[in-house]
Design a protein around this ligand. Structure first.
Ligand code: ADP
Ligand code: ZN
Length: 762
């Protein structure tokens, strides 16, 4: 066999192409597949990754250049991760470089972050120190030295920062002791800590319930078989998280590592805390608030095997665990697992592929599993496990649907206009409230206030917030750059675009006809908060939405207040639906259950079911039974009534029927093609040309819809066109699409992207 002297390297240009380099003699032992290397490129140097080693090149030997060196940090991707990256490039129609890029945090890839070093001062000569103290104790001139040495005798060593903190002195005072050989200084790598100094009480596994034991037995069997995917369908509070932790413990005992994905780490602080309490130092947590340095340290710590359990959001899936035994995807149905920029991967699906490559078990957990996963379980691809009972014998919450048609005048049901124009006076008379708070809900909240219990009021904002307009000339305030209406904020007296962030001062009269009675209509959480304040005088109310919770601390503070009981009523959007546990919450009101149902998207029913289930799960987690009130104008609707009953099967049956007839996922694969341009005609023409090129691929199986303007036709000044492709076997089509998208010139007049398994159809 010839020796492999050629390395095929992808560089950090977004090219779908490897370049051949010679491996210089002195580096041959060090360079391997996955190594990050420095290579000459044109007249400059670049960083790249070795994708393959080979014994020949198509280029003549004299034209080949040599690899300059390994990257400074000697970063190396595991072969399994590289394999995963190459699969992603094919499946999600992106370049190999784009896929490999997302396997590594920027902080690691860029090579600009390095290990942090700190000086440590330690006692080098104990006897000498004791002698020094004995000889000089009481001499004024030596008092500082004696004092310091005494401390070193008991603490042995201090880092420079500890030293400063403890003695309020610079380490320069150590010079004479260093000179005398009593103290030595060395520079050591230190980790940038991510957990602060908060201590946690260690927790140990609980004896599993019968249902948990059955799931863990299945898990053992899968582990023994060398992998597989489990769909763990367990109601909220059935003990799924405990199962994850015990499964992690099992793989750890085999000397393997585990990755636990959660939808959004800032929204699941309790899960993180539980994992920390169980696994302590072996745990690494990756979240978006880490600094580059912290991320760099965590990545290397995992790579060195010092942490073998990783909890994190989407990108934690690529944590460099070398011997992976388990991947958990908690709340597997969550759409935040889909990345919204290239490569547009779905972490749940990529987790399944990584599991296969690494022979690891993958657990997909949810109280409301996605249609895709349910179908995969039904067809036998995944192993279905169910947990139908709550762990604690807490009383089931009582769920009722309130028929809002009986509560308000029909006019109020649609757009109820707030009077008062830009002075912002809220009309909170009973006629207006009726469309937002039913009498039963008001009475129930008042009950809680009297008993000192807490309520959560959930308001789904999606596509519905208060807009600003003129009744005389029908003027409506629109974003100048997006085809959506601006949303009025009373607090700031501004009109804001929730798509691009555009903000302007609210005009005091209609900019078209001059009418001073300009009005807002619709309801936002801010308005609900104001009405609630009027309806529940004296109650302590907190609103939680993307406007009030701009920073991570805002969120933590609001939750802390609520946990401490300093808030009586929490009003919020999707944000409050996530896995929060508050024992004193005995009432959950869903103000507008219909809102998400009316979205023009085939996943609207699924989202509504998930949302109601999730929000309702917040009620009655303590010893007090909870109550859930769902306000709806469609109380007979299959989705809402199934959600109210917690009847997942009934919902599934209904949802699957619709999807089957329309051939939507999971009964087909869906690929969304997206075109954007500042010039509408360019976008339309480009889409048309692509559609023309795709015609040969269409058949009985593969169907194309469009080109057509996207549901939101314009965002940030760009016109948007779409093509939707659906079919069961898309492999060849995908290959063609990949070729097309990778050959679309960068920086051209039209940007074209492909969203395989699109979740968001906007
Ligand atoms: P889920 O993730 O399904 O919502 P959790 O794992 O959070 O459920 O469990 C719900 C509650 O029950 C938690 O407070 C947890 O500590 C507790 N719990 C879970 N499993 C057990 C068990 N086997 N024995 C006692 N308590 C348990
Ligand atoms: Zn905008």
């Amino acid at each position: 066999m010839t020796e492999k002297l050629i390395a095929k390297v992808i560089s950090d240009l977004a090219l779908d192409k490897t370049f051949d380099y010679l491996m210089p003699e002195e580096l041959r032992g060090d360079i391997a597949v996955g190594s990050q290397v420095k290579v000459p490129f044109g007249r400059s140097e670049r960083l790249g990754f070795v994708l393959r080693l080979s014994d020949h090149s198509e280029y003549p030997a004299h034209r080949l250049k040599s690899i300059i060196a390994l990257s400074e940090n000697r970063t190396r991707l595991t072969e399994n991760l590289l394999k995963l990256g190459l699969w992603m490039a094919e499946y999600y129609c992106c370049s190999q470089e784009q896929a490999v890029r997302c396997l590594l945090p920027g902080a690691v890839r860029s090579g600009r972050i390095h290990t942090r070093k700190e000086n440590f001062h330690y006692l080098a000569d104990r006897e000498g120190a004791e002698r020094f103290i004995a000889e000089n104790e009481g001499k004024k001139r030596f008092s500082t030295r004696v004092e310091l040495l005494k401390n070193f005798l008991s603490d042995f060593e201090y880092s420079s920062s500890e030293f400063l903190e403890k003695f309020q002195k610079n380490t320069a005072v150590l010079a004479p002791l260093v000179k005398a050989g009593l103290i030595k200084t060395e520079s050591r790598a230190v980790e940038r800590g991510i957990f602060g100094s908060s201590e946690l009480v260690a927790s140990s596994p609980r004896p599993p319930t019968e249902e948990q034991a059955a799931v863990l037995n299945k898990f053992d069997a899968m582990l023994e078989q060398g992998g597989g995917v489990m769909l763990l369908h367990g109601v909220t509070n059935s003990g799924k998280t405990e199962v994850y932790m015990q499964a992690v413990e099992k793989v750890r005992r085999l000397g393997k590592g585990a990755i636990v994905l959660v939808p959004e780490i800032s929204l699941t602080p309790q899960t993180v805390r539980r994992f920390r309490a169980r696994f302590g130092d072996r745990l690494s947590v990756l979240h978006s608030a880490l600094s580059d340095g912290e991320r760099f340290d965590q990545w290397n710590k995992i790579d060195r095997g010092e942490a073998d359990i990783v909890v994190g959001a989407r990108s934690a899936l690529f944590a460099p665990i070398h011997n992976l035994g388990l991947i958990v995807v908690d709340e597997e149905h969550e759409s935040s697992y889909k990345q919204s920029e290239t490569p547009r991967y779905h972490a749940r699906d990529v987790a399944v592929v990584r599991g296969k490559i690494e022979s690891a078990v993958v657990i997909l957990g949810s109280a409301t599993p996605s249609a895709e996963s349910v179908e995969n379980a039904r067809s036998g691809k995944y192993t279905l496990c169910e947990m139908k009972n709550k762990v604690s014998c807490s009383v089931e919450p009582r769920v009722r649907i309130i028929d809002m048609r009986l509560c308000s005048a029909p006019a109020a049901a649609g757009g109820d206009s707030g009077a008062g124009g830009n002075t912002g006076n809220e009309n909170t008379g009973p006629g207006r409230m009726g469309s937002i708070f039913s009498p039963l809900l008001i009475e129930s909240v008042n009950d809680r206030l009297r008993r000192g219990e807490q309520s959560i009021l959930f308001y789904n904002l999606r596509g519905y917030a208060r807009t600003f307009g003129c009744e005389l000339c029908q003027y409506e305030a629109h974003c100048p750059d997006c085809s959506v209406k601006l949303v009025y904020s009373r607090r700031n007296q501004t009109l804001n675009c929730h798509w691009c962030g555009h903000s302007e001062t609210a005009p005091s009269k209609c900019p078209v006809c001059g009418n001073p009675e300009i009005r807002y209509s619709g309801s936002g959480t801010e308005r609900i908060e104001n009405i609630a304040a009027a309806v529940f005088p004296g109650a302590r109310i907190c609103r939680m939405d993307s406007d009030t919770m701009r920073r991570a601390e805002d969120y933590e503070n609001a939750l802390d207040d609520f946990r401490r009981g300093a808030t009586d009523i929490l009003i919020g959007t999707q944000m409050i639906a996530k896995g929060l546990h508050f024992p004193n919450v005995t009432l959950v009101g869903i103000l507008n259950a219909d809102q998400s149902l009316n979205q023009p998207d085939f996943r609207a029913a699924e989202r509504t079911y998930q949302l109601i289930t999730q929000v309702a799960g917040r009620a009655g987690r303590g010893d007090t039974p909870g109550e859930v009130l769902i306000q709806s104008y469609n109380p007979e609707n299959e989705v809402i009534s199934a959600a109210a009953k917690g009847d997942f099967e009934a919902f599934q049956q209904y949802d699957f029927e619709v999807r089957k007839i329309l051939k939507y996922p999971p009964f087909s694969h869906l690929i969304l093609l997206h075109f954007e341009s500042e010039n509408e005609q360019f976008a339309a023409d480009y889409a048309m040309a692509v559609a023309e090129n795709l015609k040969p691929y269409l058949n009985n199986d593969i169907k194309m819809a469009g080109p057509m303007p996207a549901p939101v036709e314009r965002i940030k000044g760009k016109f948007r066109y779409q093509i939707v492709l659906r079919g069961e076997n898309m492999r060849y089509l995908r290959r063609a699409l990949r070729y097309m998208v990778l050959n679309t010139p960068e920086g051209g007049k039209v940007s074209f992207f492909i969203d395989v398994d699109a979740q968001d159809m906007r």
